[in-house]
Ligand binder design. Structure first.
Ligand code: SF4
Ligand code: SF4
Length: 113
């Protein structure tokens, strides 16, 4: 973790579902979720990292949660910073999105080119 990203990464995959990182773009990734994202159980993996095409430094792994997003509880309407959510909560929400519950919304100004 870093001072800039004080919350640990849960490897939930939410960031890679919301936007393709610069390394993914370099390798031609244009779809969302990022086509290089894969899961084992609820843990996210980057195919480019696992196959030696990118380093942890390249993709910012182990630096803390860099997700600049908010989560909205559909029941209570409470809004919280995504990065501050507990590990199991993040993974559970992403699992729910994959199963069709909820959605990960993007800032429209950050569309893929
Ligand atoms: S870290 Fe890997 S899976 Fe995530 S957006 Fe970048 S290339 Fe895609
Ligand atoms: S915890 Fe944050 S940085 Fe880690 S995979 Fe999830 S959204 Fe991305």
């Amino acid at each position: 973790m870093s001072a800039q990203f004080p919350f640990p990464c849960a490897r939930c995959g939410c960031c890679c579902m919301a936007i393709v990182c610069p390394v993914g773009l370099e390798f031609g990734g244009r779809e969302l979720p990022c086509e290089f994202l894969t899961f084992s159980e609820d843990v996210a993996f980057c195919i480019l990292l696992d196959n030696g095409f990118a380093s942890k430094e390249d993709i910012g792994a182990d630096l803390g949660c860099c997700m600049k997003g908010r989560a909205v509880n559909r029941t209570t309407r409470a809004i919280v910073d995504w990065a501050s959510l507990p590990l199991e909560t993040k993974r559970g929400i992403v699992r729910g999105v994959q199963e069709g519950q909820g959605a990960i919304l993007q800032n429209p100004s950050r569309k893929l080119r």
